[in-house]
Ligand binder design. Structure first.
Ligand code: NDP
Ligand code: 2IT
Length: 451
């Protein structure tokens, strides 16, 4: 065993050396490599063919300049990227993020995670991610449109329905996808499923908007049911107030749970009466139409409090927690607080929201802990179904898609059990997700030889 860890340390040092100044990417590789090193002991083909080393080196990283003109006729310059991590099992697939914190490191970590996540869905999708340091906050619709068009004017040459299919992520929703799809169609004169998360009028799929948040709660429900428990009657603490957070909240409420918190980058709101469907609908309008801030919630709904200064909600006592905002939003001390307060399950709607110290705390406490690559895969899964509908020139009914989403999340849960269940019945969902996600990609890569 000690030799294995020497190998793991050496591997991580190599990843650090080759990726200087990219802490998020190193963190994501570290988290997965830990379990994969154990799994590949005694399986020489994976070593000889350097499979993990190759998955942790993106197929390519495309970086480009994005110029656009703001409403005051100033010329603005942003940086755009597309990271195509791995296409062993299908076209590159993954979202686009617009946020000032976007760097190459952030997109490389997201593309690496996406490779495992997409594999876990059981659908034929490789892993990619893209984005820009563009900040959509405070921009007019026309500014966002001009930015999206300029972004796609470079991106179009690198993507395609059978090559690389982007979708939304932080700062990219239906509006941005519409502008980007319109520009792709205009440049190429081609109507194909090059993006997912499209509007229903032009090839989008029902329930894609809801799928990530709903899926994260289905996964939570799957974990609880395996322990003969359920979401009904549970108090839930949720971070974020965007697409994933609001739909996670909606599904918790539908299943009979009580949602206590939501947040944004300025702080969190705590509503001890519970955030009902009516309140969630108000938040959706606030965020998507009025583009407002969560602090406004307390003016609308009495009894709720707002804690500012960028505070996060993990100190609020709860049964279950769903981090649905961004990476590294839950650290070791937060994890200790949740466990101490009696939290029994964590399902990650965001990508890598828990840092390495937090993961260790959850593992040690042996609570039910689902990493994002398993728990938030419902979004990309319905994106995969959108791709199938586009290439088949058809549209499935809502009930069919709802059932497919549930089945896919259950399938991911079973794959996690296959590699994550200990002899005593405890399930390490991190290990299960890492190994199951890795194995499918690795075996496809072995079939191709050295390419
Ligand atoms: P949205 O842009 O819809 O919402 C993001 C939310 O997170 C907002 O409330 C935002 O607050 C908050 N947030 C963003 N960045 C930060 C930050 N640095 N610190 C604190 N809060 C922050 O994005 P999504 O809901 O789509 O994405 C949320 C998470 O879910 C991300 O990790 C994303 O990668 C992941 N995810 C998304 C999927 C999807 O289908 N959309 C699929 C799978 C995972 P504010 O308004 O103040 O910026
Ligand atoms: O992180 C993710 O899985 C997403 N942002 C969704 C990707 C997609 O292609 O639907």
């Amino acid at each position: 065993m000690s030799n294995d860890h020497v190998d793991l340390d050496g591997f991580i040092k190599g990843v650090e050396r080759r990726n200087p100044g990219q802490p998020e990417f190193v963190q994501a590789v570290h988290e997965a490599a830990h379990d994969i090193f154990d799994f590949i002991q005694g399986k020489p083909a994976y070593h000889e063919y350097q499979i993990l080393r190759r998955i942790a080196e993106p197929d390519r990283v495309i970086s480009f300049r994005v110029c656009w003109e703001d409403d005051k006729n100033n010329i603005r310059v942003q940086r755009g990227w597309r990271v195509q991590n791995n296409n062993a099992i299908g076209p590159y697939k993954g979202g686009i993020r617009f946020h000032p914190s976007v760097t190459e490191s952030v997109l490389k970590f997201l593309a690496f995670e996406q490779t495992f996540k997409n594999s876990l869905t059981g659908l034929p999708m490789g892993g990619g991610k893209g984005g820009s340091n563009f900040n959509p906050k405070g921009k007019s619709d026309h500014e966002v449109m001009r930015f999206c068009q300029s972004f796609m004017t470079e991106l179009y040459r690198h993507v395609g329905a059978d090559i690389d299919v982007p979708a939304g992520d932080i700062g990219v929703g239906g509006r941005e996808i519409g502008y980007m799809f319109g520009q792709y169609k205009r440049i190429t004169n081609e109507f194909t499923g090059v993006l997912t998360g499209k509007g229903l009028e032009y090839g989008g799929s029902l329930i894609r908007t809801e799928a990530t948040g709903y899926g994260a709660v289905y996964f939570l429900q799957n974990m609880l049911e395996a322990k003969k428990n359920s979401v009904a009657g549970k108090t839930a603490v949720i971070s974020g107030s965007g697409n994933v957070a609001t739909h996670a909240a909606e599904k918790v409420v539908q299943l009979g749970g009580k949602v206590l918190t939501l947040s944004d980058s300025e702080g969190f709101i705590h509503d001890p009466d519970g955030i009902t469907q009516e309140k969630i609908d108000w938040v959706k309008v606030l965020k998507n139409k009025r583009r407002g801030r969560m602090s406004e919630y307390v003016k609308e709904f009495k009894g709720a409090t707002f804690t500012g200064g960028g505070a996060r909600p993990w100190g609020v006592k709860c049964d279950v927690a769903l981090p649905c905002a961004t990476q590294n939003e839950l650290n070791g001390a937060d994890a200790e607080t949740l466990v101490k307060n009696g939290c029994i399950a964590v399902s990650e709607g965001a990508n890598m929201p828990t840092d390495l110290a937090g993961i260790e705390v959850f593992k040690k406490a042996r609570i039910l802990y689902a990493p994002g690559k398993a728990a938030n895969a419902g979004g990309v899964a319905v994106s995969g179904l959108e791709m199938s509908q586009n290439s088949g020139r058809r549209a499935w009914k809502e009930e069919e898609l709802q059932q497919m989403l549930k089945d896919i999340m259950l399938g991911i849960h079973s794959r996690c059990l296959e590699y994550g269940k200990d002899k005593d019945g405890h399930v390490d969902y991190v290990r299960g997700a890492n190994i199951a996600g890795f194995k499918k990609v690795a075996d496809a890569m072995l079939a191709f030889g050295v390419v």
